[in-house]
Design a binder for this molecule. Structure first.
Ligand SMILES: [Fe+2]
Length: 254
């Protein structure tokens, strides 16, 4: 995993991402988000929650609480580092490639869409490939009528620290398009940075593993939902049976 490389040698991604960028981006920016978050949540109800839960709770359906930005940035950066590897890039394979071709038409069309999302995110933010299971395109809204068609890969972009966890999507890949991510290596040429990231750095193995986890999570949720519906139906039919019995009892006594 890249984080281990970063701990031992910060030139692991050269020449595509320089040691200077990693020292500055990982060593200063990412570190600051983590340290500030720890200070912000100590002694609060968020202390002790998983980082994912801190993000969702502090997103507060779009009315963000103060720790949100540091929590989401801490998570986003770790996810970003793990999305890369020395000698990455190229093309995915297996089910990931099949789903990309199904949902975007071809791998090239996906690349175009991902690069465009990353290049056109106005100001600071992120671009993502995510697995969307059974939710609507509404913040934190539960889809009452999920279908197979809802399960698909999507490309989305997000401003500042926001990430797709807050829409209940499963992120699979991300690129940081804050200027601090590329300025030392590419100055203001964001599209060049995005191309190098996709061509030389992405770890498709990691993205494939994340897809497996996302699909397993969606299946588990569906099973839980079915069990809940069944229990509800059973409870309702028991209630009806009691009513029939009570009605019958009353008519006999009249
Ligand atoms: Fe960053």
């Amino acid at each position: 995993m890249l984080i281990k490389f970063l701990l031992s040698r910060q030139n692991a991604l050269e020449p595509h991402m320089s040691k200077d960028t990693l020292e500055y981006h990982w060593g200063k920016h990412h570190r600051a988000y983590v340290e500030n978050l720890n200070k912000q949540i100590v002694g609060t109800e968020l202390d002790g929650m998983s980082l994912e839960d801190v993000i969702i709770v502090s997103y507060n359906k779009g009315n963000m609480l103060p720790p949100f930005n540091n929590a989401a940035q801490a998570w986003n950066h770790e996810f970003f580092w793990e999305s890369m590897k020395p000698g990455g890039g190229g093309k995915p394979s297996g089910e990931l490639l099949e789903l990309i071709e199904r949902d975007f038409g071809s791998f090239d069309r996906f690349l175009e869409e991902f690069k465009s999302a990353a290049a056109t995110q106005f100001g600071s933010g992120w671009a993502w490939l995510a697995y969307k299971a059974n939710r609507l395109n509404v913040d934190n809204a539960v889809n009452p009528f999920p279908s197979e068609k809802d399960k698909k890969l999507v490309v989305v972009k997000s401003p500042n620290a926001v990430n797709p966890l807050v829409w209940d999507y499963s992120p699979l890949l991300t690129i940081d398009v804050w200027e601090h991510a590329y300025f030392l290596d590419f100055e203001n040429r964001r599209p060049n940075y995005i191309s190098v990231f996709m061509d030389k750095l992405v770890s498709w193995e990691v993205v494939s593993k994340r897809l497996e986890i996302a699909k397993a999570r969606a299946t588990k949720r569906e099973m839980e939902e079915e069990r809940r519906k069944k229990e509800e139906e059973e409870e309702n039919s028991e209630d009806e049976a009691v009513e029939v019995y009570v009605d019958g009892d009353e008519s006999e006594s009249e």
